[in-house]
Write a protein that binds this ligand. Structure first.
Ligand code: MG
Length: 243
C-alpha cells in the first residue's frame, strides 16, 4: 500500500504506455495472425513467422502494415493486391473494444482534474497512429492532443526512459513523486522505476501475454510506489484516494 506521504499531493501528470496498457495490443496481434491464416492459407506457425519477420530489422521494431505485406508476399502463394486492400480496409474500421476497460473513465477524470496526460509509444509512427485511431483512443484524447511521444529506439526500455525524461523536463518537474505512470510489462516497469524511483506506478496485467506469469506481477506488489496491479484501468477511485 502507498505510504501516507502520497496523500494530498498535486499530481503533475499522468504518463501512459500505449501498447497493452491503453489498448488491447494482444488482440490486434491475434487479428493480424488470424487474417494471414484465413486470407492466405498459411498455418499458424508460418503466420507467426511472418509477423515476427515484419517486426524486426537489426533489433529495431519496424512493424507497419507495409512491412507485414512485404513478409506476407514472400511466403503466401496466393497473395493478391485485392485481398490485401480488403484486409487493410477492414483493419482500419474503428473497433472500440480494443480499448482497455476503464480507459475512457480515467481519461475523462484526468481531464476534469486538469491533469496533463502523456502517451508513450515505441515503433513506427504510422503504425502507432493506426492503433490510436482504430481503438477510438484518438477521439478520447481529442484531435489536438499533442502529448504522444514516439520513439524508434532499438531497446524499448531505453526508449521509454528517454521519453519519460523528456516529459519531466517539459513539465519542469524534477520530482517524479508527483507523476503517475501506467505500464504493463513487469520487468520493464521495474527497470524504469530503477531510473525514476519516485514515480507512482499502476501496472496493468495482460493475461494473454504469456511471456509473464502471475509470479512476475506478485513481485511488483512489494514495491511501495506500485499503487496497484490490475487487469483493467478502472482506477479513478484509486487515484481519488490520494488527491
Ligand atoms: Mg506496453
Amino acid at each position: 500500500m502507498p505510504d501516507e506521504s502520497f496523500k494530498n499531493m498535486a499530481i503533475k501528470a499522468a504518463i501512459f504506455d500505449l501498447d497493452a496498457t491503453l489498448i488491447d495490443t494482444e488482440r490486434i496481434k491475434k487479428d493480424i495472425i488470424d487474417f494471414i491464416v484465413s486470407g492466405f492459407g498459411l498455418n499458424k506457425k508460418q503466420a507467426l513467422e511472418v509477423y515476427k519477420n515484419s517486426r524486426k530489422e537489426n533489433e529495431k521494431n519496424i512493424f507497419s502494415l507495409e512491412s507485414l505485406k512485404k513478409e506476407t508476399k514472400k511466403i503466401a502463394k496466393d497473395f493478391s493486391e485485392e485481398k490485401w486492400a480488403s484486409f487493410v480496409s477492414d483493419f482500419n474500421q474503428p473497433d472500440k473494444s480494443l480499448l482497455i476497460n476503464g480507459v475512457s473513465d480515467i481519461l475523462a477524470y484526468l481531464s476534469q482534474e486538469k491533469i496533463p496526460v502523456f502517451v508513450l509509444t515505441l515503433g513506427v509512427k504510422e503504425w502507432q497512429d493506426i492503433k490510436i485511431e482504430r481503438s477510438g483512443l484518438k477521439n478520447l484524447l481529442g484531435k489536438d492532443f499533442g502529448n504522444i511521444k514516439y520513439t524508434e529506439e532499438e531497446d524499448a526500455r531505453a526508449g521509454k526512459i528517454k521519453e519519460i525524461r523528456e516529459i519531466l523536463k517539459e513539465l519542469g518537474a524534477d520530482d517524479c513523486r508527483e507523476v503517475l505512470f501506467f505500464n504493463d510489462k513487469p520487468d520493464e516497469t521495474l527497470e524504469i522505476m530503477g531510473e525514476f524511483p519516485e514515480l507512482r506506478v499502476f501496472v496493468r496485467r495482460e493475461k494473454n501475454d504469456k511471456r509473464y506469469s502471475g509470479r512476475d506481477f506478485k513481485k511488483l506488489e512489494k514495491n511501495k510506489n506500485i499503487l496497484k496491479v490490475s487487469g483493467d484501468l478502472n482506477l479513478v477511485d484509486d487515484i481519488k484516494k490520494f488527491l
